[in-house]
Write a protein that binds this ligand. Structure first.
Ligand code: IDP
Length: 161
């Protein structure tokens, strides 16, 4: 019979993608959204905000002992960011590949960082690095009601359902 929901494992996986203040300043928001749309992922949440140091210290808690941590928080709170939740099969791993290495020197052309950035301190975009990290970050940045559960009309062209 007709099944509305896909049965493929991992199709409901979600990740947090953020256009950092340098990406917003440089008007790269549209191009970054376009890459995730054209790949086939589904946007389920998005907002623009200027992040507080408190939020950022929770987001980057694992980096608090790094020498670049104070300047990282200053940079990330310097202006608006656009945070998004993208959903789809293997979205965490695939979006890390699309974003490229943390240091743009190591990020190949075709990746967001490899196409739009030069230096690790201004690398344009954030992408969660594991499904567990993604869930933690999504809960930190979004309230449950800000995430939409909707059916994309091209579902059967994106997945074998
Ligand atoms: P990721 O963003 O690729 O997951 P992380 O190691 O989690 O990389 O670092 C978080 C962010 O901290 C990086 O995206 C970058 O903005 C910044 N960062 C990492 N390493 C350095 C550094 O050596 N100098 C300055 N900033 C750094």
């Amino acid at each position: 019979g007709h099944r509305r929901k896909s049965t493929l494992p991992g199709v409901r996986e979600q990740t947090l993608i953020a256009v950092k203040p340098d990406g917003v300043q440089r008007r790269l928001v549209g191009q970054i959204i376009q890459r995730f749309e054209q790949r086939g992922f589904k946007l389920v949440g998005m907002k623009m905000l200027q992040a507080s140091e408190d939020l950022l210290s929770q987001h980057y808690s694992e980096l608090r002992m790094k020498p670049f941590y104070p300047s990282l928080l200053r940079y990330m709170s310097s202006g608006p960011v656009v945070v998004m939740v993208w959903e789809g099969h293997n979205v965490v791993q695939t979006s890390r590949t699309m974003v490229g290495h943390t240091n743009p020197v190591e990020a190949p052309p075709g990746t967001v960082r490899g196409d739009f950035s030069i230096h690790v301190s201004r690398n344009v975009v954030h992408a969660s690095d594991s499904p567990e990290g993604a869930n933690r970050e999504i809960q930190l940045w979004f309230q449950g009601k800000e995430l939409l559960n909707w059916d994309c009309c091209d579902q059967t062209s994106t997945y074998e359902v």
